[in-house]
Design a protein around this ligand. Structure first.
Ligand SMILES: CC(C)(COP(=O)(O)OP(=O)(O)OC[C@H]1O[C@@H](n2cnc3c(N)ncnc32)[C@H](O)[C@@H]1OP(=O)(O)O)[C@@H](O)C(=O)NCCC(=O)NCCS
Length: 373
C-alpha cells in the first residue's frame, strides 16, 4: 500500500479554481456560481463562454462585441480547407479536428501563452471549431464546405453550415443548450491534459490538441456516440431488459452511465432529457427511458447513474447530426472551459509534475548482448 496514492487521481485536488463547482452528491453544477439549470434556461453559449473566461455576465454592449468578435473569426484560411481535403475519407472526425486545430497553431505565428493570448486565441479557435467540424463532414461526404455566416448565432451558424439551411428557433435553442451543457466541467481528463501542456509554457494550440485527444476516448467524450448506438442496437423497449442483463453478464458497461464525481443523476442529463423528450424519435426515447429505469434501479448501489452523454445523442439525432460528429460537438462546447482553465492556471502557473511510485527492481546488472544467450 503506497501512502497518498489515488488510483486514477480520484479525489485529488491539484489547484484551487473559481470556474466551476460540482456537487457530486446533490447533483448540482455551477459555472462561476450560476447554476446550470438557470444558465441552460436563460443564457446562450456566447454569454456562457464570456462568463467562464471573464468571471461575470457581460453587459449588453460587451456581449454584442463578444458575439461580433466570434462571428468575425469563423472563416478559415483557404489552405485549411485544402488540408481537410487531403485527409483520408475514413478519418475519425475527432482525429481530424485534432489535426486541423494543430495546423491552426502552425498558422499562428505567436507561440507564447500569456493569459491575454489565451483569450485572444480562444475567441479565434472557439469561432473556428464549428466551421472545421461542418466542413470536415461536408468534405468527407463529397460536398463543398458551406462557408460560415456572420449574422447567425454560434449554434445556428453550425447547423446552417452542416445542413445548408437555417435551423428553426427550436433547433437553434436545442443546439445552444447542448453547447452550454458541454461548455465546462472542472478538471476532467481533457481539462487536466490542457492544463498540463499549458503548464510547460507550450502554446495554446498544443494544449488544446491534448484536450481533444483526451476527449476522444470512449470513457470521456466518446460515450455520447456510443450511448445513441446502444439505443439503436436495442431497437425496441421490449428488448431492453434482456440486453441490459446480457451486457452486465459480459462485464460490459452501459454507455452514458457512471461518473467519477456524480454519485447521483447528472444535472446536465436531466436537461438533455427534456429536449430528448420534446424533439427525439419516440421509439429511441422509449428504449432509453426503459434502460434508464434499469440503470437507476440496479446500478445505483454502485454509484452509477445516468450521465450527460446518455440523452445528448437522442437530441443530436433529432437535429440531424450524424453520430460520428457527437464528440466533436462536445469539443465545440468544451473549448470554452478548456480556455478558461488554461488562462486561470497560467495566471499563477506552476509546472504540473506528479510522481509515480516505483515498484520495479533497482540495481540490476547490465548483461552485454553476447552473454544473454
Ligand atoms: C465514467 C466512468 C469511466 C467512471 O468510472 P470510475 O469512476 O472509474 O468507476 P469504476 O470503473 O471504478 O466503477 C465502479 C463500479 O461501477 C461499475 N460501473 C461503472 N460504470 C458503469 C457502467 N457505465 N455500466 C455498468 N457498470 C458500471 C463498474 O463496473 C464498477 O463495478 P465493480 O465495483 O463491481 O467492479 C465509468 O462509469 C464508465 O466507464 N462509464 C461508461 C462510459 C461513459 O458513459 N463515460 C462518460 C462519462 S461522463
Amino acid at each position: 500500500m503506497v501512502p497518498n496514492l489515488q488510483s486514477g487521481m480520484e479525489n485529488v485536488y491539484v489547484d484551487t479554481s473559481a470556474i466551476c463547482y460540482i456537487d457530486g452528491k446533490r447533483g448540482e453544477l455551477y459555472y462561476r456560481g450560476y447554476s446550470i439549470d438557470e444558465l441552460s434556461r436563460m443564457s446562450t453559449y456566447e454569454e456562457v463562454a464570456y462568463l467562464l473566461w471573464y468571471g461575470r455576465l457581460p453587459r449588453r454592449s460587451e456581449l454584442r462585441e463578444f458575439r461580433k468578435s466570434l462571428s468575425l473569426e469563423r472563416e478559415l484560411q483557404e489552405e485549411v480547407y485544402s488540408i481537410m481535403e487531403l485527409l483520408p475519407k475514413s478519418v475519425n472526425p475527432m482525429g481530424a479536428l485534432r489535426t486541423i486545430v494543430s495546423y491552426l497553431g502552425n498558422l499562428d505565428g505567436e507561440p507564447s501563452v500569456t493569459v491575454e493570448d489565451v483569450y485572444r486565441k480562444g475567441v479565434s479557435v472557439t469561432a473556428k471549431i464549428p466551421t472545421i467540424v461542418a466542413s470536415l463532414w461536408n468534405i468527407k461526404n463529397g460536398r463543398e464546405p458551406i462557408r460560415p455566416r456572420k449574422d447567425l448565432s454560434h449554434a445556428a451558424n453550425f447547423l446552417y453550415m452542416l445542413h445548408g439551411e437555417k435551423p428553426s428557433k427550436d433547433e437553434e435553442r436545442a443546439m445552444d443548450v447542448a453547447l452550454i451543457l458541454y461548455a465546462e466541467h472542472e478538471i476532467n481528463a481533457s481539462a487536466f491534459a490542457v492544463m498540463t501542456v499549458g503548464s510547460t509554457l507550450s502554446d495554446y494550440y498544443s494544449a488544446l490538441v491534448a484536450g481533444i485527444g483526451a476527449l476522444k476516448g470512449p470513457l470521456h467524450g466518446g460515450a455520447v456516440e456510443e450511448a445513441l448506438r446502444q439505443f439503436m442496437e436495442i431497437g425496441s423497449p421490449e428488448r431492453v431488459e434482456e440486453w441490459f442483463w446480457r451486457k452486465l453478464e459480459r462485464g460490459e458497461r452501459i454507455m452514458g452511465a457512471g461518473h467519477r464525481v456524480y454519485k447521483t443523476y447528472d444535472p446536465r442529463a436531466l436537461i438533455f432529457k427534456e429536449y430528448a423528450r420534446a424533439l427525439g424519435e419516440p421509439e429511441l426515447y422509449a428504449v432509453a427511458e426503459k434502460l434508464e429505469e434499469l440503470v437507476e434501479s440496479h446500478l445505483a448501489k454502485k454509484g452509477v447513474h445516468i450521465n450527460v452523454d446518455y440523452w445528448a445523442g437522442i437530441v443530436f439525432h433529432a437535429l440531424g447530426i450524424p453520430p460520428e460528429l457527437y464528440t466533436t460537438i462536445f469539443a465545440m462546447g468544451r473549448v470554452a472551459g478548456w480556455t478558461a482553465h488554461l488562462a486561470e492556471y497560467l495566471s499563477h502557473n506552476r509546472l504540473i509534475r506528479p510522481r509515480l511510485k516505483y515498484v520495479g527492481e533497482i540495481g540490476r546488472r547490465y548483461v552485454p548482448i553476447e552473454e544473454r544467450g
